[in-house]
Design a protein around this ligand. Sequence first.
Ligand code: CA
Ligand code: CA
Ligand code: CA
Length: 180
Amino acid sequence: MEGPSPEPSGTATPYISSTPEMTATATVLSLSIGDVNGDGQITYLDAEWIREYLAGQHPLTLPQKERANVVADYLIDGFDAQAIDLFTNGKLGLLPLSLYELPSGDVNKDGLVTQQDAVKLSRFLAALEDLSPAEEAEADVVWDGDIDLDDVNDIISYVEGDLYHLPVLPEDSQISHEVE
Ligand SMILES: [Ca+2]
Ligand SMILES: [Ca+2]
Ligand SMILES: [Ca+2]
């Protein structure tokens, strides 16, 4: 699916498409992204359908797959299910979202994920430093809607090469939970 590409215009002039039926389809889909089972609501059941699909337990039709692709890339994966869970828990404001809207770990927003990001996040958790909302949005690399030590640890793992990409799903986190 192509992402939405609205013309940057303030006019209400309707765009006359040569393929009106495709435009209509895209509009309907964008309204129902996340409603995998098509019951008119986005609930934990939609995330469950995705997880069951990923486990090979529940085939999805093409329209269902399109509605399941809430993290808009070319895959249906655990991030799509997680996005629905975060959305239904009030920890994510809008669906769908682009890959670029996922937390990156670049807490200080300098374009790189380095030890400095882990340090900055540690200082935030110790209440020694504030983060802007944009900085906070980059910090939730163990993507569970909360910023905590798990996120710091996985930024460090990524910087040290033990993790290949951020963010990760909570169940894929490389943290070894140590006894305090
Ligand atoms: Ca996806
Ligand atoms: Ca950075
Ligand atoms: Ca987190």
